[in-house]
Each structure stands twice: as C-alpha cells, then as structure tokens.
Design a protein around this ligand. Structure first.
Ligand code: GLN
Ligand code: ZN
Length: 773
C-alpha cells in the first residue's frame, strides 16, 4: 500500500493526481443522507457514517485507478466555501448561537437558514454552474483557526493507507469571494483582512503538518480572473508569509478556469514549492506564459492537461505534447485534470442507454482519472507503454469527427449561408414600435408575466405518471390542456394584458427544448452538484443541432385559441441553451450557438405564422457565461448577441420580441442588452427599487422595459400600493410609453395562493398608476 513517502521516492517520475472528486456517490447517497437528516429520518451519526463511506469509496477508487496522491478536504456535506468559512472561524454573528448549540445543525443553518435566521447568500463559483455560499465579512470580523475537518479527513485517508494531499480554498480566493456583511459599508473590501486571516492558514497548515501532511494544496482560482495590482501584491505578500513559516508542509498553489496572466510570475517567483496550472481551453495560454516567465526551476508542477469541466475524452496525443514541453520547464511534472472533477458526472460507462460508440467519446470523473493515469504512464514509461490507449483514443476521435451526429451537411450548409441580414430585423425599432402598437392596442403600462405559473405537485405527478407508464399521452395532454385553460382564465380575471400559457408542460426551460432537438443527448446518471443537495443532469450538446418538428407551437396555439388577448410565445434563447448544457469541444461555442439559434429561428417563424404577435426569448444566462478575463468578453458578447438576433431577426415588424433576464446588475453587459435589439426586455428589479430602470435610462436604452415590481423569490404577497410605488419609481426613469408592469421572473416555484393575490395587486397597481398619467 502506498503511503505519503511514495510521492517523494521517485521525484522525477510524473505522477497522476486529481484536485477533487464528485461528492455525491454513485446513487446520490449523499443527497439522500443529508435530506434524510434534515427531515429527521436519519441521525447525525448515520449521516456522518454515509459521508465517511463515500470518502472511503472515492479514495479507494482513485488509488485503485493508479492515482498517487488522493485529495482530502474537497469533500463537503454542503459546500467547500462554507467549510472554509468554518475553518477560518468567520461565522456570521446571527448564526453563532446555533453553531455553538450544535455544530452540524448550525452548519446547515448557515446554508439554508432556519425559522429566525436567513442563510448566507449563494452565488456561482466562477463561470461554472456550481453555487457556493458567500462569506460575509466586515472590519470587525475575528478569525480563529478550526482545523478539525481538514485534519480529520486527511488522517482518515492516511489511516486507510492512502498517500494524501489536503486541499484548501486559498486565503486570497476566500477573501475575494466574500462580501461585506449586512450592515457593513458596502465599499468594504474583504481583502483588507488578509493580514488577520493569514495566521489562521498558518495554524491550519501547521496542524496538517503535525498530522503528517507532506504537501498541502491551496486553491486560488480567483487569480485566474482579471485582478488589479493591489490583489497581485496581496498574493505576493500572502505567499511570502506562508512560505516563510517554519515547520510547514510543502505548499502547492492551484489555479484554474482561465489563464493566470499577470498572476503567473507572482506565483512562479513565490517561495511555494509547487504550482498546479490549467492548460486547457483559454488557460492553454499558461504554457507560453510559463515559458516566457522562465519556467518553474526546482518546483513541482501539476499540469492540468485534461479538461476538468467538459465531458469529452481527452486528446491524449495533444496532452502528451504539452506535457513534453512542460517537462523542460519545471523541476518535476505531475499530471492532473485542470480543476476538481466536481463539475462533471461520475462515470460515463453507466450510460447504457446511449449508443456505445458515443459513450466512448465521453469522459466523466472516472474516465478523466483514467486519462491522467494513462498520460503519466506514457511520460514515465514512454508512449509505447500506452500504445493501445493511444490507438483507441485516436480511433474514437476519428469516429467522432466523422460521425453523422457531429456532421449534418444540411445544418452545416445552412450555417455557412447565414448572412449579416439574417441577424437584423427588417425595420428599425421606431418603425416596429408603431406597427406593434397598431396591432396589439395595449394600454400604457401593459401588464404581463414572465412565462411560468406554479408547477404544482399535480403537474409533477402527472409527468412522473407518464414516464412510469401509469397514464398515457392522451391523459397527460388533457391534464396540461386543463392547466393551460385554468391559467388563462385566471389571467383574464386578473386583467392581465399579454397572457402566457404558463409552461405547465416544461420540466425545465433547457431540458424541454434539448429533448426535442437533434444534436442533444440526455444522460441517465449524469448528475452534477448545482448547490447543496441539488443536483442537475445537464443535457449534452454532442452534435449538429436541428429541429425535428415544432416544439412549442401546439400549446401556444391551443392557448391562443382560448382567449382574445395576445398570448406570448415562450422560448429559451441560444446562449442559455448552451450555458446550462455540456457543450461540444470540437467546434467553437459560437458555431454551436448559431446552430441552436437557427433551430429556434424556425420555431419563431412557425409561431409567427400561427398568429403569435408577441414572442419572448429568455436569456437568463447571458451574463453568467461572461468569460473570466475581460479581454475575452467582447468576442463572447458579439457571438452571444448575434445568436439572439439570429433567433429573432426573421420576424415581421409588427411581431413584438421580448427577452427576459433574471438579474438586475448588468454592469459591462449593458451595451450588449442594447445589441439584442429586443422590443421589450423584462428584468429583476423589485428588490433594488427599480435601479435597473435608472441604469438603462442613463445608458440611453431606447426600447421598452419591464423592470419587475413583484419579487418572486419569497412567498410574500406585495400590496397594490407597494407595486404602484415601484411603477412610479420606474416612471421617473422610463417614459410611460415604454414601461411595462410584470413580476421579476417566472412563477413556477411559487404557490397559487400567493400568485393569485400578487397578480391581482399588480394589475390594480398598473390601473391606479395609469389613471394618474
Ligand atoms: N420563461 C421562464 C419562466 O417564466 C423564464 C425563467 C427564467 O428566466 N429563469 O419560468
Ligand atoms: Zn428570470
């Protein structure tokens, strides 16, 4: 059995390792255990027992696969940033009592809130679809080291006989991801707490060393985003101070998700003994940058040559070439995925419903682990030693690029024929608005909703019944039709102006379309953690995309036939279709976006031909896919907005195009919002008192805007006066001819009682404000 000395026995042999592994277990046991504990069905002991078993299985699997240093501490009952917060002792004051009363319940209370205490805010981990809990810090924050979890998990792995490397979120990333605590000056910068935080890291490192850790990894992905000189000098200081500690483990700083740029020399010249760098995607630039910086003489380099975020098999030959270059640049080179494997599903071989040929193109966590083992072996023993793997890999790549799935000549020809006019409306906005007013005849401050109405248990049960064969298609369809009629009747009663069918037939706004498009695959076991116990199975964009048949026409038509008021057609936009899927790596994302846009464009054309006067194309993911590095943003925004315009550009002047985004902070994408050329945009605004209306007005946004006046994130029912006040606030920035009244987002997560009352208040508020115009 290997022990930690194995890593130093042959220092020049490249070793395979990973930075982290999916936590859930093959049967999502972790989800069941945690939720069972919350529901009182399991004891704390049972939950912790399941967690320990899952860690043990993962380490066993990694060691058996040939991984030489298993990661520890990457496991989490909920979130690794929350774990880091516990490690630093920066518990928000409102949660301290609960944590002192019971460590486990207090931990979950920070994540989920309890009756009296709101949870920490949750946001996206860089540009992944994983969400972490945001630490809240202020000038009064007192840190104190709690190394219990890192030490316990490291010791656990060692006792099981594994060589192990503890992984911690690094101090810079921890502070850069934090936000000012409630009540603290919003301009407060958590990074100013660095000098107070470093002693905590020093203590934890010391404890890990005392427990026998040889190497400890500090993850600093924040350094792969644009960072000002102040952050770089903070990084220099932090690594100098940690490096100067006596009796510490050897330190490895890991950064991933993008190139390090100006942070690379900072890390290279620091006293840490090793770096883990990403050499995939945009981070491939690290290779030249590393050479230009003079390499890492005498240091250990863990080379992230296998993309830790996509689900495709690695190009082993290309990775070997990268590794060969790197061998000349560092004292020792090990091989790893670019980042933790948290962002990919567990095992592609479980996908027995997929064409076995296609399964061979897929690499989930288990396959990526095998890839780094193979690559390390190729470096150590020579490429002949991995001849069979290289041949199979070459054959699979060849089969993939020659496959009819990835190459549909009709789709290719259509994409090649796209001209500039295709992504432009035929008339400028001034002409369109007149035609749309004449056709729609809406009042000032027209009222509408964002699309979905409550997804009741009845609807979910019907869908499950259909899947299980307990009801047939006809019964299910009648259930959907009845729901649509009810949603329409309600909207008529409430006096809404532009109606929706309520989206009862949609399980999910991306999956619903993915299931109906060629080029998309669905997995059965492809779960990835979104946050806490929530796991999603993103569809896989594997091939050329085309539409088999109309996707939304039937229910939109059905809805329109039941009312004299306009019913909005409702589609998910191309950027969001990519952002919430696994995308192919064999062509630029812009090309895939264009294919999706063309398929959606056909749907838009069908809706229009069927008489739909208003069509909404949702793009809630437009901002979250923004590249980490600002230099990459203009080209992203160019293709993203072009894909939206390609979807919507073919309609007549009197067809009104809406778009929707679920947030209010636009910052640098404000100009891109204009480039969408949508006639109406609805946005979240209720909680920020219509701030976005003012921002759009200041930026000279020329078209119609629906800043949300009903916060749908809580079960609360806003009153008429409250929404009227928000509308008046909106009118101070946007003229009445261009202002809409709508909720912040879709209503699918809400209950009918609140929705009913709130929408009655919303239409009453619009009527009230109209009379005062
Ligand atoms: N039309 C969708 C809905 O109302 C939009 C959802 C979203 O923006 N996330 O549910
Ligand atoms: Zn939304």
């Amino acid at each position: 059995m290997a022990d930690s000395s194995a890593t130093t026995a042959h220092p020049l042999h490249p070793l395979p390792t990973v930075h982290g592994y999916p936590r859930q277990g093959t049967g999502r046991e972790l989800k069941r255990a945690v939720e069972g504990y919350w529901a009182g069905r399991r004891t704390a002991g049972e939950l912790l027992g399941t967690a320990a078993r899952l860690r043990r299985d993962t380490w066993r699997r990694l060691t058996d696969a040939g991984v030489s240093e298993v990661p520890t501490g990457d496991f989490s009952l909920y979130d690794h940033v929350l774990d880091t917060l516990v490690m630093t002792g920066a518990i928000p004051p409102r949660h301290r009592a609960a944590l002192e009363a019971d460590a486990l319940d207090g931990y979950f209370a920070m994540a989920r809130g309890d009756q009296r205490t709101p949870p920490l805010e949750m946001t996206k981990w860089f540009d992944t679809n994983y969400h972490y809990l945001v630490p809240e810090l202020g000038p009064d924050t007192v840190f104190s080291a709690d190394s219990t979890k890192p030490v316990a998990e490291f010791t656990e792995a060692r006792q099981l006989g594994h060589a192990a490397r503890p992984v911690l979120v690094g101090p810079l990333t921890f502070l850069l991801l934090a936000k000012p605590a409630p009540g603290v000056d919003p301009a407060f910068e958590p990074l100013t707490l660095l000098d107070r935080l470093l002693p905590v890291y020093a203590e934890v490192l010391g404890d890990l060393r005392a427990a026998g850790a040889d190497w400890v990894q500090l993850d600093e992905p924040a350094l792969a985003a644009d960072q000002p000189p102040a952050v770089l000098s903070a990084a220099t200081r932090a690594l100098r101070d940690l490096g100067a500690l006596t009796d510490r483990p050897r330190l490895l700083v890991a950064s991933y998700f993008d190139r390090l740029g100006e942070a690379l020399p900072v890390l290279a010249q620091s006293p840490v003994e090793g770096l883990a760098l990403d050499f995939t995607g945009p981070a491939a630039a690290n290779l030249d940058d590393l050479a230009a910086a003079g390499g890492l003489p005498g240091k250990r380099l863990i080379a992230g040559v296998v993309d830790g975020r996509n689900i495709w098999t690695n190009n082993l030959e290309r990775s070997l070439a990268t590794l060969a270059t790197l061998l000349g640049l560092a004292g020792r080179v090990d091989v790893a995925p670019s980042c933790s494997l948290l962002h990919v599903p567990l095992d592609a071989t479980l996908e027995t419903d997929l064409d076995p040929q296609v399964v061979r193109w897929l690499a989930f966590a288990r396959q990526k682990t095998e890839e780094v083992v193979t690559l390390a072996r190729g470096l150590t023993e020579g490429t002949e030693a991995i001849g069979p793997q290289l041949a199979a890999n070459r054959a699979d790549r060849h089969a993939r690029s020659a496959s009819a799935l990835t190459h549909d000549p009709a789709v290719r020809a259509r994409c090649a024929a796209i001209g500039p006019a295709d992504s432009r409306r035929s008339q400028p906005y001034e002409k369109r608005v007149a035609a749309q007013r004449a056709r729609l005849g809406l009042p000032l401050l027209p009222t509408t909703t964002i699309g979905s109405f409550p997804q009741t248990t009845g609807l979910r049960t019907a869908r499950a019944d259909l899947r299980a064969g307990r009801i047939d298609e006809a019964v299910y369809d009648e259930r959907i039709a009845a729901e649509i009629r009810q949603v329409l009747d309600f909207q008529e009663q409430a006096g809404l102006d532009v109606l929706v069918h309520g989206e009862p037939e949609r399980n999910d706004m991306v999956q619903y379309f993915a299931e109906q498009l060629n080029g998309y695959l669905a997995t059965r076991h492809g779960w990835v953690q979104s946050y806490g116990t929530r796991y999603v199975r993103p569809p896989v964009l594997a091939g050329d995309v085309s539409r088999r048949a109309p996707m939304t026409l039937r229910w939109t038509r059905y809805a329109q036939s039941h009312t004299g008021k306009p019913v909005k057609g409702m589609l998910t936009g191309p950027v969001t279709m990519l952002a919430w899927s696994f995308v192919r790596d064999d062509q630029p994302r812009a090309d895939t976006a264009r294919q999706v846009a063309l398929a959606l464009r056909d749907e838009v054309a069908d809706l229009e031909a069927a008489g739909t006067a208003v069509i909404q194309v949702d793009e809630p993911a437009l901002r979250e896919t923004l590249p980490l590095r600002s230099a990459d943003r203009p080209s992203y925004l160019a293709w993203a907005t072009e894909a939206f315009r390609l979807t919507t550009g073919g309609v007549r002047a009197d067809t009104q195009i809406h778009t929707h985004m679920c947030y209010a902070e636009f910052g640098e994408i404000l100009a891109a919002i204009g480039d969408l050329d949508a006639d109406v945009i609805s946005l979240e605004a209720a909680r920020s008192h219509m701030e976005i209306a003012r921002e759009l007005a200041t930026a000279g946004y020329p078209r119609e805007v629906g800043p949300g006046v009903y916060d749908i994130h809580a079960p609360r029912v806003p009153g008429t006066a409250e929404m009227a006040a928000l509308l008046r606030e909106g009118l101070r920035a946007i003229p009445a001819e261009r202002l809409w009244a709508n909720p912040d987002c879709g209503l699918k997560t809400r209950g009918w009682a609140e929705v009913r009352a709130s929408l009655h208040h919303l239409t009453a508020a619009a009527r009230e404000v109209r009379t005062s115009l």
